[in-house]
Design a protein around this ligand. Structure first.
Ligand code: PHE
Length: 345
């Protein structure tokens, strides 16, 4: 046999091996027969390797062409094998690999938002003191948000509330105090309620968000005095912030309470000595309160001679910020899981 004859025979052999290898790979019906075909052609003692070795017997001038053909054969079969292997993996039935003796994989559980946790905690403190929990609508009428709460039309006290109107006489409630009227309208005294809910104002900075959360408190009964109000709030502050918590009442103004007060707690950060958080005053303002203004009773058919009461409104966001030492209210509402995950319930 001449050299050139054996050279062209060698090329024909490469071509035959190529077809055979590709057919064998494509005919494989499962991962096991595919692996067998791979070993036969591409394995360390496989046919493609044999062809590489066989090149030594060739005329040196014919080797480059034969080498290129063998390399191409290897690349092509390699690629076909990889693609087929991938498709077998994708088709594989996961049940075949299910080991029922392994412990289960726990799917991560979410938890209540920090604001909702705080709101629930505050409500349960009052519930244990005998208050029941009720709610009211977030879109309110001018009547419940202002008029029945003794804000006269065009009175400047309405300006404090930076309302968001959604119609001529409809607005997003600026506080939960509306539910004081709604409840007294429906229920004869005595009334002991707390009202958690969302409230809205045209405010937006580090400590104010256009949507925020309040908890209203209302107690109307016989012989309720300001001492009851202070007692209830002192006990609340102790339970929420800890045994040593102190509060003070400062005179203030709300149209629906008389007298009215602003409640401060001794700074939770410095204990009252003065620091950055309390702006060196030693105190933090946490809520508004007062004795129910008897002017409200005429709207709900209560007899001011027989009943008296107190009311308060707690800013939930502020309470959560103080308790967890946060300085930007916006973080509550950006939906960032990295923030939420820091406060597991
Ligand atoms: N509604 C008042 C506010 O949002 C708070 C408040 C409630 C004051 C009840 C007194 C009594 O600012």
């Amino acid at each position: 046999m001449t050299n050139s004859a054996s050279d062209s025979e060698f090329l024909a052999k490469i071509e035959a091996t190529r077809r055979e290898a590709l057919d064998a790979l494509r005919d494989a019906r499962d991962a096991v027969s595919l692996e067998k075909a791979r070993v036969k052609y591409l394995g360390s003692k496989g046919l493609v390797g044999e062809l590489s070795k066989g090149m030594k017997a060739l005329d040196p001038a014919a080797r480059p062409e034969a080498g290129r053909a063998v390399n191409q054969l290897r690349a092509e079969t390699d690629a076909a094998f990889a693609a087929l292997q991938k498709s077998f993996q994708a088709q594989e039935d996961p049940r075949e690999f299910l080991d029922v003796t392994l412990p289960g994989r726990r799917s991560p559980l979410g938890h209540a938002h920090l604001i909702n946790q705080t709101s629930a905690e505050i409500c349960s403190i009052f519930a244990l003191m005998g208050f029941s929990i009720t709610e009211g609508p977030e879109i309110e009428t001018d009547y419940y948000n202002f008029e029945a709460l003794n804000f006269p039309a065009d009175h400047p006290s309405r300006d404090m509330q930076q309302s968001l109107f959604v119609g001529e006489k409809l607005l997003l409630r600026t506080h939960t105090s509306c539910v004081q009227i709604r409840t007294m309208e429906k229920t004869p005294p005595p009334v002991w309620i707390v009202v958690p809910g969302k409230t809205y104002r045209r405010d937006d900075d580090l400590t104010h968000s256009p949507m925020f959360n309040q908890i209203e408190g209302l107690a109307v009964d016989s012989k309720i005095t300001m001492a009851d109000l202070k007692g209830v709030l002192t006990e609340f502050a102790r339970q929420f912030f800890g045994e040593g918590a102190k509060i003070r009442l400062r005179p203030s103004f709300f149209p629906f309470t008389e007298p009215s007060a602003e409640v401060d707690v001794a700074c939770v950060s410095c204990g009252g000595r003065g620091c950055r958080i309390c702006k060196d005053s030693g105190w933090l303002e946490v809520l508004g309160c007062g004795m129910v203004n008897p002017a409200l009773y005429k709207h709900v058919n209560y007899d001011p001679q027989k009943v008296s009461g107190f009311a308060f409104g707690i800013g939930v966001d502020r309470m959560a910020m103080l308790k967890y030492r946060l300085d930007n209210i916006g973080r509550f509402y950006q939906g960032d899981a990295r923030h939420a995950r820091q406060f597991p319930s």
